[in-house]
Design a protein around this ligand. Sequence first.
Ligand code: SAH
Length: 220
Amino acid sequence: MKSYDLDGIGMTSARSRTRLVNQLERNGIAHQEVLDAFAAVPRHIFVEEAMAHLAYQDRALPIGHGQTISQPFTVAVMTEALLETRRDSVLEVGTGSGFQTALLAQLCGKVFTVERVKPLLDRARRRFEALKIRNVHSQLGDGYNGWPEKGPFSGILITAAPRAVPQVLLEQLDVGGRMVVPVGADGNQRLKVIDRTDQGYGERVVDAVRFVPLVKGLRT
Ligand code: SAH
């Protein structure tokens, strides 16, 4: 596990991070690697400075452009679900702040991430740079198309909700791979885990969740 040394601020936030990790554990997150990743990745770097003091509370926060950094518990549930299968090459749709991406970078071989809002992607890229994260490849694009040149992926994690799972993304999932995706209209979303085997696709519902919608096309 990589660790980040961020001077004085790192000291205070390391303590707050431990509190958050303990809370996640109390709420049922059992996968030690996921807990270790939360302990290692400084979430306060992924929010605006004015909100840094809220970064280790278990809540979603606004990141601009009508988007949010997801709630840590939800991020942990999704990450845990993804890690149960192979994790050599993972596609994330919806980079947003880049926090989930940074966690995946700790836990997976290669991480590909796609975001449709350029200013969010630019900010996330600066954070990866600052944290010296080297195994993340990011692209401005419409995640509805996935990233066909880099697939198939052993895992696909979608951090915004489509009304239905896009067929193109299912096709970019490798046999033996797993997709974690919130599906449904606002107010009625379910987190789904979809496994691809040589027999086809199998899915189960994990949880009721609340995500921003997956939007078609680039932001103009
Ligand atoms: N994992 C992020 C979640 C951000 S919210 C985090 O924790 O910070 C979801 C993100 O998905 C937003 O940044 C939004 O702009 C992006 N998004 C929505 N539709 C998209 C699409 N079609 N392609 C790529 N990104 C999309």
